[in-house]
Design a protein around this ligand. Sequence first.
Ligand SMILES: [Zn+2]
Length: 327
Amino acid sequence: MNIIEIAQKFPTEIDVIKHFEKVRWGKNIKCPFCKSKNIGTRNKDFRWHCKECQKSFSVTTGTKLHDTRLPLKIWLFAFGLISDAKKGISSKQLERNLGVHYETAWTMYHKIREMMMVENNEVMLSDVTEIDSTFIGGKPRKFQYEKKGTPLIIPELDSQKLEYEKMGFEFNEGIYKKPAKIGNQKRGKGVADYKETVAGIVQRGGDVFAEVVKNTNFSALKKIIDKHVLKDDSVLLMDKDTSQVKLGKIIDNIVIDHSKMYSYNGLNTNSIESFWAIIKRQIMGQHHHVSPKLLNNYVQEVVFKYNNRHEDDMFETLLKISMSSNK
Ligand SMILES: [Zn+2]
């Protein structure tokens, strides 16, 4: 929903509150403290009074928006503006569009990124998947492209590929999208003063999961795979440099030796490399001083938007998550 539609559909604060209530409770308002449906009439301050436990509550009580002092209309606009901005917007822009203080816009945006993380944490991948890690921050590095030369024949990869094809896997996506130049954004001057590692797994043609990690050793990568990959229905492609040979014990995989080539007949990590290009383009030029936690929030926004690239329900998703429990 764009902001014009939001403004038309919800002209006043009470319209907005009723919509949030519908998202949270459906038809029957329920006391968040004692779960009773024995609720009186709405107070003048829009709050409800529970006749059972005598406590008062609002639609945000106990939700992700529990502490907010802002009108819910501002949140609704923020969901709309951020969902609409495919490449993200700056907190400065959000400040202007919402008419709130910069600090408020900044805090809201990070809270919304944390809401995005809720959906990202549910990501489950299968089929042909690719794992890799990259650095974000530091000096911009030149991208490496496929080395030209005599095509190699590697019987071991051929037989591995054939084996998985017999099982029904297809390796037909092998296009590396050349990323746009990094650092050509208006605010993209200078060098970021941080350098963090991000690990990620993508399903070809499907969703991605990525997060800031302390290191890329076996247990760190295993943790991500255990949580986000259906191991029995997947074959994992990885680069020899970043692969941890031990991963072979927990999941079927094919290792590509990037010192020899970047792609071998559809065996490559091009999808995750393309995702790194998107992340770097959107984050590195914009943010020069970032803690790992905040950087992870930025990563989560890119992940969320990537996974929702074919659907236009980000607004509804954020609304739903905002009304979920803050526990
Ligand atoms: Zn109650």
